[in-house]
Design a protein around this ligand. Sequence first.
Ligand SMILES: Cc1ncc(COP(=O)(O)O)c(C=O)c1O
Length: 381
Amino acid sequence: MSHPALDDGPIYLDYNATTPVDPRVLDAALPYLTTHFGNPSSAHHYAAAPRTAVAAARRRVADLLRTRSDQIIFTGGGSETDDLAIRGSVLANRDRGDGVITQVTEHPAVLATCRSLETDGFQVTYLPVDGHGRVDPADLSHAISDRTALVSIMAGNAETGTLQPIAELAAIAHSHGAMFHTDAAQAVGKIHIHVDELGVDLLTVVGHKMYAPKGVGALYLRSGTSLQPTIRGGGQERGLRAGTENVALVVALGAAATIAAEEIQGSVTRLAGLRDRLHHRLAERLPGRVELNGHPTKRLPGTLNISIAGTRGRELLASIPGIAAATGSACHEGVHQPSAVLTAMGLTADRANAALRLTLGRWTTEAEVDQAADLIAARAT
Ligand SMILES: Cc1ncc(COP(=O)(O)O)c(C=O)c1O
């Protein structure tokens, strides 16, 4: 199976930035942009199909997370979901305390929300990570207090793929009466996520990381967890997220969730195999120069972050137009800064500047992986 958008272009190794929309997802969503245009809240014929479709999509997302559909709230994407989860839960639970705990390699959607809470009088603690990017649960135990209202720690890191020990961290939060949120934008659909086994109260789902379009997401909200809306208006989504439902995108997310659930078992094995093949081929071609960034095993199956000694990732990628990938470094006003995630893991500036983030997905093939490794190795020598 190939994807029409990828057929004639460079080898796409940037699935963590965004995924192409799966043609099956598009097919499911299109009728809700054409025939079934009605507002699900209307009380006439044209509302029926959209209303039924939104309900079905809610069940599909719930099934992927192995939970009930009344615990799913549709949103407009990852940043909005993180904001709703974090701000909405601490504002609704001010009586629990003014403490929030997160960690240094979170996505800016979480970090910026936490920083803005500081200006609202909340006390935010940013836990460190180890050299693999993992939070030590002992650090959470040390930092948490009875004033902590919320702990927010991501499931899988977008740059390194490192997975956090979510179940253990959530148990610590709960033992102190705090709520637990995880930004699972990069994990949902890629690894098995069972919200009850993880023990989380809030979890972020993002459409465009799982082959649905951009601008749609979902929040898992454990029943009994109170939440203050961040967008107010009509009573949609149980009054927790106002706005006429974006029916086509919600249907797309539902379809993407079902496909992910059906294919996850095979895709975990396939992608981890391709990821390791890419890594080993590069290591063979560039002996002693390839360093893995992130956890060697506790890692998303499709994510490979490496530094090739003696190179600069940005320049290396720019010299290989046949590959579309990322480095993690940020460019502010023309000045390139090493990735904040890799820096927080204690990597030297040289190693962080050499980083390549190569992320694989549904349409990555063995031939592409081999070709990408050869192109990179040829340029790096
Ligand atoms: C871990 C994580 N959280 C949140 C987001 C933000 O999602 P969105 O771009 O849909 O707002 C992303 C997207 O890059 C992400 O990787």
